[in-house]
Design a protein around this ligand. Structure first.
Ligand code: AMP
Length: 405
């Protein structure tokens, strides 16, 4: 299928062509036609599948030319909101449409200026949008298209009341587009309350997670995790690498140690000021630094291209977060590698990740690394591992046949 088959306006097709997109991604093929028809839609797709364009392109098409505040996109984090707005600007380059971007942690000045300029599209995080609404700086009474992005994340972050309040301030006649990487019951409930007979566009998480990214699990004694990370960094030929951590403290500590080992890194987590988060992200995006140490703040939604490698220093607590983290690499059909360091205590978390992926993560060892325990013994403490799953690891938990002898 070509973009021109989807019925998008010539000005939008021109912007897409300039960006060098050749064909629509599966979520775009599935979502764009019903959105253009004016239907509500539930899209279950993770980032990296082209989902932003899947809603932004048809929304821009339906807005056409300038005419006041008619589209609202809600996102859970500032970073994601920024990215959505950037996409609206790129795809709407040849349209006479105005955007406003509203998120917390910064002053109101620029946002007020954008709001006074009669934006057609408002992209916002819930808290700051409610502030502006309570101050009468913006009205949602003419909203025609409401986009709720990363809804599972939004609800996880406790935004359900804010989101509900915001939805209630928009007209019932609106078109509502809901995107979520996963559709747990809470998202389903919101969807059945806020959407009207929605079309569904589902891109199976398994396909996008496994397709372009090769995965590897490195079992390691807890005490040697940092040493193994250093050994991996020496062996792996990365251009841009994100290392994910469970906690902010862990991120700070290990990034400090990495710096002491001569690596140049930037840090991204929610304790940092917005300005520092933005500059870390910018320097990483521009390739000025090659390693970004981050908590899960960076794992959802962020469109950072050319990430060749992701390392999970800690196994994520929630299996969906694994998919989000590794979704930072292998984006839009480029290849990537995802490594997960795993101490024995974390193996039960690996089990649920493998269930979500539908595949075992291949066990690997770093050759010549002075393991304090025989690496194969590190996987024998798995509390519950079915026989069937063991076979997937190569018969006897032997790290895909590369067992150290
Ligand atoms: P998203 O999943 O929306 O974060 O998009 C991931 C990346 O894919 C972004 O860098 C987009 O610019 C890019 N992208 C979106 N659609 C396409 C497409 N049809 N062809 C190539 N790249 C795309």
């Amino acid at each position: 299928m070509k973009f021109s088959d989807l019925g998008l306006s010539p000005k939008i097709l021109q912007a897409i062509e300039e960006l060098g997109y050749e064909t629509p991604t599966p979520i775009q093929e599935n979502a764009i036609p019903p959105i253009l028809e004016g239907r509500d839609l539930v899209g279950s797709a993770q980032t990296g599948t082209g989902k932003t364009a899947a809603f932004a392109l048809p929304a821009l098409h339906r807005l056409g030319e300038h005419g006041g505040c008619r589209a609202l996109a809600l996102a859970p984090t500032r970073e994601l909101a920024i990215q959505i707005e950037e996409n609206f600007i790129k795809y709407g380059k040849f349209l006479d449409l105005r955007m406003a971007l509203l998120y917390g942690g910064v002053k109101y000045g620029k946002q007020l200026e954008q709001l006074s300029n009669e934006p057609d599209v408002v992209v916002a995080t819930p808290g700051r949008l409610l502030d502006h609404l309570s101050q009468g700086n913006v009205s949602l009474k003419n909203i025609e298209i409401l986009i709720l992005d990363e809804v599972d994340r939004m609800l996880d972050m406790g935004f359900i009341e804010d989101v509900t309040k915001i939805i209630q301030k928009t007209p019932r006649s609106r078109q509502t587009l809901l995107f979520s990487a996963t559709i747990p019951d809470s998202v389903r409930r919101l969807s059945s309350w806020a959407l009207n007979n929605p079309a569904e566009a589902k891109i199976d998480i398994k396909i996008s997670a496994a397709d372009t990214v090769s995965h590897a699990l490195y079992p390691v004694p807890a005490i040697q995790k940092f040493d193994l990370l250093i050994a991996l960094l020496e062996k792996v030929n990365f251009d841009n690498l994100i290392i994910f951590f469970q906690t902010r403290r862990g991120t700070d500590k290990i990034s400090h140690w990495l710096t002491e080992h001569g690596q140049t890194v930037r840090v991204l987590h929610s304790d940092l000021k917005q300005r520092d988060r933005m500059s870390a992200l910018e320097e990483f995006k521009q390739g000025k630094v090659k390693i970004l140490c981050a908590t899960d703040v960076a794992s959802r939604g962020l469109d950072i291209t050319n990430v060749t490698h992701v390392i999970n220093y800690d196994v994520p607590q929630h299996s969906e977060d694994y998919v989000h983290r590794i979704g930072r690499t292998g984006r839009a059909r480029t290849e990537g590698e995802a490594f997960t360091l795993c101490k024995p205590e974390e193996l039960s978390l690996v089990d649920s990740i493998e269930k979500l992926l539908g595949n075992p993560l291949p066990r690997k060892i770093v050759e010549d690394f002075p393991y304090r325990s025989e690496p194969s013994t590190l996987t024998q403490t798995v509390p519950v591992v079915s026989r069937k799953r063991n076979r997937g690891f190569g018969g006897q938990l032997t790290f895909g046949g590369r067992r150290k002898r």
